[in-house]
Design a binder for this molecule. Sequence first.
Ligand SMILES: Nc1ncnc2c1ncn2[C@@H]1O[C@H](COP(=O)(O)OP(=O)(O)OP(=O)(O)O)[C@@H](O)[C@H]1O
Ligand SMILES: [Mg+2]
Length: 230
Amino acid sequence: MDVFRFERVTKAPLRNLNFSIQEKDKVMIFGPSGAGKSSLLFLFNRLSDPDEGVIYLQNQPIIDCPIPTLRKRVGLVLQAPHLFPGTVKDNIKYGPSLFGEWQEEQAEQLLDYVQLPMALLNRDVEDLSGGEKQRVSLARTLANSPDVLLLDEPTSSLDYRTAEEIEEVLECLSQEHRITLIMVTHNLKQAERLGDKGFFMMNGEIVESGDLQDLLYEPTTDALNRYLDE
Ligand SMILES: Nc1ncnc2c1ncn2[C@@H]1O[C@H](COP(=O)(O)OP(=O)(O)OP(=O)(O)O)[C@@H](O)[C@H]1O
Ligand SMILES: [Mg+2]
């Protein structure tokens, strides 16, 4: 089943987007700065809505899904961790609490997923390092048990080692929990490690899409050829 389907979607600066994403796909979105990658990501959980065209989530128009339910099913992790003031626990229980679903024993499992020690549970998030904050941010999103995870350059502000650990978490989520990953990255090595499908974007359009290996090693458009040469 299609998890997402875009039909003739336009939302400045994005133009005429037509594609579908299947369950368990690992889609890597890449392209030059200003191409519209973040703008595209925001359409998937209605941080913005199309001017024209229709987006379907699991074959229903996305606008028919109540926003809290949508954002539970389709989680977003940004480059800069977005945490509320408070403790690690305050942050990770927030989403499930909205639905009356928080259980204390989830905390250990969530911290374990993102490879953080339980000792951090009652620590104020202000006192965490950048890498720790990013992991809490991921744990908070995972607390909702999303079907789809949207990631906007989640490791680009982290050191190499921390970035690798986050990649491991994503790999595990994809393999063991069958989450659909839709990730923006500037790092083509990272894209290759994590992804199976690719969208190459430029000037608000998806210029080339398909199997990621094909995109990286047998690009068919001049634009992608030039981008890969740089
Ligand atoms: N509402 C809007 N209407 C028109 N253009 C917009 C709007 N919002 C953002 N833009 C422009 O759209 C372009 C794409 O922005 P976006 O943030 O999606 O790019 P990006 O591919 O994520 O870039 P980066 O790699 O730098 O993060 C930018 O030139 C931005 O200034
Ligand atoms: Mg961006």
